[in-house]
Design a protein around this ligand. Sequence first.
Ligand SMILES: [Zn+2]
Length: 340
Amino acid sequence: MNPYDFVPIDWDKSPIRKPASPHDRFSGVSGKIEGTITAETPIFIFDSPKKMCGAEPFITNQQGQHIIPGSSLKGLFRSLVETVGNGCFLFFDGKYEDKDITTKLPEDFKKCETADLCIACRMFGAMHSSDMLSLGHVSFNDAVEVSICEHEAVYTIALMGPKPRHEAFYLDPEWIAGRKYYFHQPRGILPAQTKTNYNEHIIPVDTGSQFAFSLQFTNLETLELQTLLYTLVLEQDMRHKIGYGKPAGFGSVHFDITKLTLIDYASRYVAKQGTTEYEGEGRKTYLSEQTQLFTDDTTSPTLNALRRIWRWDPNDTTAYRYPSQDWFDKNSNAPIRETL
Ligand SMILES: [Zn+2]
């Protein structure tokens, strides 16, 4: 089966835009979230600059610890908030596999360009040309290794899909099919035997490796906080994908929130204690209440597609690979689900 699918968008619901909450005074909820990230398959993130020879090492900080950079985490959660919160398409550049598809995204869904911002731009910041429209209200620190299981150096398979300009995959049929997400491949990564021009020689960290993550947020409205929490927690049988090599089975991770610290400025002046900490069972109850808006929604085509694509079933043995050129030649109008 093709290694990715698209999460569709309800084109009848335009992103709701408004100015971001202020930075110069407190409003809404601020706080900190801490937790762990556990690798469920090998994962890999490039260090920079890339090495000129030998296997590429996993990115480390100045202390030599393996990290998942805050910028990678921000990218992952910005795109998840766009998806489940119905934000704009920040990274849509009007191209798909070298084909011009500028007219295939409705105007209302294009990248925010004024001070009226979608939920993702309000939370993660937005620029237009050289103007800063919003600084953003969520910031991720680098996630740092807690325990690392080293994986031997591997050659990845070629990670470029064929470029058949197969419109039935990415057009639906009038507009783009949605946002691209990769399936999990719990049966493991697909290695190759040698280096070519189309693959990489890398040293991933293995299943079981663990990192500690933390993020801060300021002045979030209730819906923004609930959306952030849902994208972190997702649902019981779902996992995130991060880093390099997603089509080859790399990058499945489990986020677990261990502690939340909330400072509610709205209630600060009415109650004596404005800071609340959630850990243990209390944290579970709080998270399930706060994410209910999403978990209870069983009819949204967007959420249902994300549930299907990011479903984590450790016993799933589906073989994922890009269809061959031969398949594209024979099935020129077949949609993505018909790949075997
Ligand atoms: Zn936006």
